[in-house]
Ligand binder design. Structure first.
Ligand code: NDP
Ligand code: MG
Length: 386
């Protein structure tokens, strides 16, 4: 039986993870749950899954939650509380599914405590890929991807050696605005951007998918997960989201992983690897696929993808800035303060102001994340967007 700690249990990935656990009660035990502020859902989860530890990040919610479930679980709060859940004594695998940079420190602490990681929180690798991969090696833990593209790449690599890989082909749905012109993009609303054609996800990643920053973050995630250089990563727009990604090998062979777009498949595989568990639901039928299309991404229209490659080229600290400024820009967009195209414009200007810092520590990452947010907000306040 695997003993799991689920960080971000009330989110899209967290709730789907709990569905898998519910469907396979003899395979998994929930050791800890952690969320930010949704105490109604967290309470229901505690009643159903009976974790030994439960953490709530928002300390103002602690008292109320304590009143509701105090006797049923060890309740902790704040960042320290989230860390308690991340390093829970009997847990062997941590599902890292908090959204944004907030997931970094808990994931880092879980690795240091010797926990295997099922990684959904890509921002952890974007902001601290070098630090995290070093800790994974040092602590001899396993970090397996939950992200569907990276799960596909991991499965396509299989038992091949690193030297056999010549290229990673990362597919992208293209998001809801794939066919829009630049002029049309100027007028899109938050509601338009939240309508993803193939996937139902949290708000932040849904906006990232619309700007293609999600693919940019995934390029950086792939760079660290599979130890490949940016030149060996190709992004390919594939609107049907059936080919979840592919790997080209030195002999010209290309191996891809296919399936219906359902996050439960990669989540479950990250939890059961190297085994596979049966899963209900619709299966992919090749003969009912009308067509599969593949295009080069338009990085003029979707500048965020271009900026991610630029940050990778600049160096590790630029990736922290890319991530922090993106989180802040997405927040401003969701709050109705900036337009869709301003997201990329503000991130670009923030990157322009950044001077590379070498040999980052985890504290440097936190400082630089703060700097990026402040810088982007200042640019917004002085009217550096349309
Ligand atoms: P959601 O917004 O749906 O959920 C986020 C979760 O994180 C919630 O449980 C939320 O709690 C919790 N949370 C937010 N901030 C904090 C904090 N400061 N401390 C502790 N917990 C916090 O996001 P998703 O599930 O969509 O995404 C999670 C991660 O997985 C992201 O990094 C995303 O990029 C990645 N991912 C998601 C995919 C998807 O299909 N959704 C696919 C591939 C990757 P509360 O509910 O209380 O606010
Ligand atoms: Mg993905």
């Amino acid at each position: 039986m695997k003993r799991l700690s689920i960080l971000g249990s009330t989110g899209s990935i967290g709730t789907q993870t709990l569905e898998i656990i519910k469907e396979n009660p003899s395979e998994f035990v929930v050791e800890a749950l952690a969320a930010n502020s949704n105490i109604d859902l967290l309470e229901a989860q505690v009643r159903e899954f009976k974790p030994r530890i439960t953490a709530i990040r928002d300390e103002t919610k602690y008292k109320e939650l304590k009143k509701r479930i105090g006797g049923m679980t060890q309740l902790t709060a704040g960042l320290e509380g989230i860390t308690d859940a991340a390093v829970a004594e009997n847990c062997d695998t941590v599902v890292s599914a908090i959204v944004g940079i907030a997931g970094l420190v808990p994931t880092y602490n879980a690795i240091k405590a010797g926990k295997n990681i099922a990684l959904a929180n890509k921002e952890t690798l974007v902001a601290a890929g070098r630090i995290i991969t070093k800790e994974v090696k040092k602590n001899k833990v396993r970090m397996l991807p939950v992200d569907s593209e990276h799960s596909a790449i991991f499965q396509s690599i299989g038992s091949n050696s690193r030297n056999a890989i010549s290229k990673i082909i990362l597919t992208a749905s293209g998001g809801p605005f794939r066919t829009k012109t630049m002029e049309e993009l100027e007028a899109v609303t938050v509601q338009d951007a939240l309508k993803h054609p193939n996937w139902s996800m949290g708000r932040k990643i849904t906006i990232d998918s619309a700007t293609l920053m999600n693919k940019g973050l995934e390029v950086i995630e792939a760079r660290w997960l599979f130890d490949v250089m940016p030149e060996a990563i190709e992004v390919c727009v594939h609107p049907q989201s059936i080919v979840h990604s592919a790997v080209e090998f030195v002999d010209g062979t290309v191996i891809a992983q296919l399936g219906l777009p359902d996050m439960k498949i990669p989540i479950q595989y990250a939890l059961t690897y190297p085994e596979r568990l049966a899963m209900g639901g619709k299966k992919l039928s090749l003969t009912s696929i009308v067509e599969l299309n593949f295009y080069k991404p338009d990085t003029e229209k979707f500048k965020c993808l271009r900026l991610a490659f630029r940050a990778l080229e600049m160096g590790d600290s630029a990736c922290v800035v890319l991530n922090g400024s993106n989180e802040e820009a997405v927040r401003l967009f969701l709050d109705g303060k900036i337009s869709f195209l301003d997201i990329g414009n503000l991130i670009e200007r923030t990157l322009d102001k950044h001077k590379i810092i070498k040999d980052l520590s985890i504290d440097d990452v936190a400082d630089l994340d703060r700097w990026s947010r402040e810088t982007l907000n200042n640019l917004y306040k002085v009217g550096c967007c349309s």
